[in-house]
Unconditional design. Structure first.
Length: 189
């Protein structure tokens, strides 16, 4: 199965992290300038997401979108993408790609198109086969790793919202955590 990474300047750091995570699982991500078969991956934020909506919607391949935008608004993203990764993708993306590959091999063995798209929609994994941390048009399975979304946690104290310096420190702290606050995680502060 060919797995492509849609090159977007703003997502270079995500590419580096996810390339390593996928490579560790035997999956190589090929950078591309447009969607290509079999699967094309995107990492989008809310600023750049609008410029890729039509490209993703019209892609003739399976599309997987991750990043801050789908993590916050996965239902919106699923209006044009096949899969949305919610939260950090280092564990979730390789699991999803392995599940898609397994499904495509099973479909091929039955004489069916492995990556069929009908009316712009890909054959989506059965909800029981969808890894946790992935949203599809069938629903969202919450992640079971110690990585969680903390972007919407309240500020440390209610007065901080009136003090822009304290609010900025809180935002930096949230960005530094970038998901995991469990002491046993390597990313814990």
């Amino acid at each position: 199965m060919q797995v492509n990474w849609r090159y977007i300047t703003a997502s270079r750091n995500s590419f580096a992290a996810l390339y390593a995570a996928c490579e560790k699982n035997g999956i190589i991500l090929e950078p591309v300038d447009e969607p290509e078969a079999d699967v094309t991956l995107y990492s989008l934020n809310s600023i750049n997401a609008p410029q890729y909506i039509d490209e993703i919607k019209n892609a003739d391949c399976i599309t997987v979108v991750g990043g801050p935008h789908p993590s916050a608004l996965y239902n919106e993203v699923l209006e044009y993408a096949d899969y949305a990764i919610v939260g950090e993708g280092e564990f979730t993306l390789p699991r999803l790609l392995k599940a898609i590959e397994k499904q495509s091999l099973e479909r091929k063995s039955r004489g069916l198109s492995p990556f069929e798209k009908t009316d712009g929609k890909a054959v989506i994994l059965d909800p029981s086969d969808t890894p946790k941390g992935v949203a599809t048009r069938y629903g969202y399975k919450e992640c079971d790793t110690c990585v969680y979304l903390d972007a919407f946690e309240p500020l440390p104290n209610s007065r901080a919202i009136w003090n822009y310096r304290a609010a900025a420190r809180s935002a930096v702290h949230t960005a530094r955590l970038r998901g995991c606050s469990a002491a046993e995680c390597a990313t814990a502060p």
